[in-house]
Design a protein around this ligand. Structure first.
Ligand code: MN
Length: 436
């Protein structure tokens, strides 16, 4: 299948705004985020283009976004995307299409309105904010390779995949209020830890702090409580995707998770990238996923390709003894296209009992791992629970994440004939446990 380009993803499209070669954010991307202008306290909505952010409040106030969206000034003058998300895909497309026109080479409307200068801020160094008020947060477990690895590590004497895994996109409810914007420091959590040979647990800072390489999708509103979203209609409810790091304390998680699933081992922090890339921008990179065996039940069966070819990388940057960060190294590379359960199936399953889907809901993929050792999306897999510590360029080794370490996740899409687009990055640095 060769995905089609529309007017906004046409690789021939150019912008009058300067876009450095290889930028994650050419005019074909136009991801949405929220930023805080110097001297201001609340966020504004923006769209990234090249090394700039277009201030949507200014553009909307000038009346330039009202074509197809009469309430643009209210929706885009907000501090989060939630009001726009609630309006649904026709509104999302109207804004994206209009922004593409305004930023395309030859367009003079921002100049004619006298706002061409004041509408842009520099993207590097800009203070970013959460682009959505997270309504509900769900985390899935949809990489077969990751689920198999974790099964081998945690339950070595049994079949790695539990019997339900091939039938259900397994997931759990996370904590929406713990979702933080990229670059927010993460305090090492304390919790109950129990060594395998110990009689009783202790309450102490986690000794097995981990990251999880994930992509999340953001939704608009679904139907009323009691009604489900069909798998075919599910993509219509998905606004876009965003990089997410599901920080995990493996020792807290390992002691608490049976029989009801993760709770405090996950809910201390979840880092979100600042830019949400729309599903429309990703359309040139939509591909078939792995064959599903057994065939999914009817409510999860969808004939059209629903996976996306998105290259992903994990970087670890340790702090040296002076706190400087000079040794960044890539510790994993993988691709989103290999996920067993796709986003349409995750959303359809999530709403299949009639539970509500709300504007600003966040659904994370689960750790994205490939089949080779260098493609694993978590430290517990890369070091095989500490059995094979990673050697770092600064001469140290890592079984898990240490205080002062910075983890950065990146994502980008490349296909012959299509414009390169990227998801930017999400990073977080670990601070010592409080009172430690
Ligand atoms: Mn996770």
């Amino acid at each position: 299948m060769t995905p089609a380009f529309d007017a906004t993803t046409d690789p021939a499209l150019r912008s009058w705004v300067d876009v450095p070669a290889g930028s994650d954010f050419p005019i074909q991307n136009l991801p949405f985020g929220a930023f805080v202008r110097p001297g201001e306290s609340s966020a504004r909505l923006g769209v990234a283009i090249g090394d700039s952010i277009l201030d949507l409040r200014i553009v909307a106030r000038a009346g330039l976004l009202e074509a197809g969206l009469p309430e643009a000034e209210t929706l885009l003058g907000a501090t989060t995307l939630n009001a726009l998300l609630a309006r649904g895909k026709p509104a999302w497309r109207a804004v994206r299409s209009r922004l593409s026109t305004l930023l395309a080479s030859g367009n003079r409307e921002l100049h004619d309105a006298g706002i061409a200068d004041q509408s842009f801020v520099s993207r590097p160094g800009a203070r970013m904010a959460l682009p959505i008020e997270v309504a509900d947060y769900v985390d899935f477990y949809s990489s077969r390779e990751h689920a198999t690895n974790l099964g081998k590590i945690l339950r070595p004497d049994t079949e790695p995949l539990l019997p339900n895994w091939r039938w259900i996109p397994i997931g759990y409810h996370g904590r929406a209020s713990s979702v933080v914007i990229s670059e927010t420091p993460v305090v090492r959590p304390r919790g109950q830890l129990k060594a395998a040979n110990a009689e009783a647990p202790v309450f102490a800072p986690t000794r097995m702090l981990d990251f999880e390489l994930e992509l999340a999708f953001v939704t608009g509103n679904g139907p009323a409580l009691g009604s489900a979203i069909s798998v075919e209609r599910a993509p219509d409810h998905i606004f876009g995707v965003v990089l997410l790091n599901d920080w995990s304390a493996r020792d807290i998680q390992g002691w608490e998770y049976q029989p009801l699933g993760p709770l405090l081992g996950k809910s201390f922090a979840t880092s979100l990238a600042p830019w949400i890339v729309t599903l429309d921008a990703l359309e040139p990179f939509r591909v078939d996923g792995p064959r599903q065996d057994p065939p999914p039940l009817d409510y999860l069966a969808i004939a059209t390709p629903q996976n996306y070819d998105i290259g992903l990388a994990v970087e670890l940057t340790p702090a040296d003894t002076r706190g400087a960060r000079t040794h960044t190294q890539t510790i994993a590379r993988t691709n989103f296209r290999g996920m067993y359960w796709n986003m349409a199936q995750q959303l359809a399953h999530s709403s299949s009992n009639g539970s509500r889907v709300r504007a600003g809901d966040l659904y994370a993929s689960g750790t994205i791992s490939g089949s080779e050792p260098g493609t694993y999306g978590s430290m517990i897999e890369l070091s095989w629970r500490g059995a094979n510590p990673l050697a770092l360029a600064d001469g140290t080794t890592r079984a898990f994440i240490e205080d002062g370490d910075t983890i950065t996740l990146r994502g980008s899409c490349d296909r012959a004939g299509a414009a390169h687009i990227g998801l930017g990055e999400v990073s977080g640095t670990i601070l010592p446990a409080n009172g430690a």
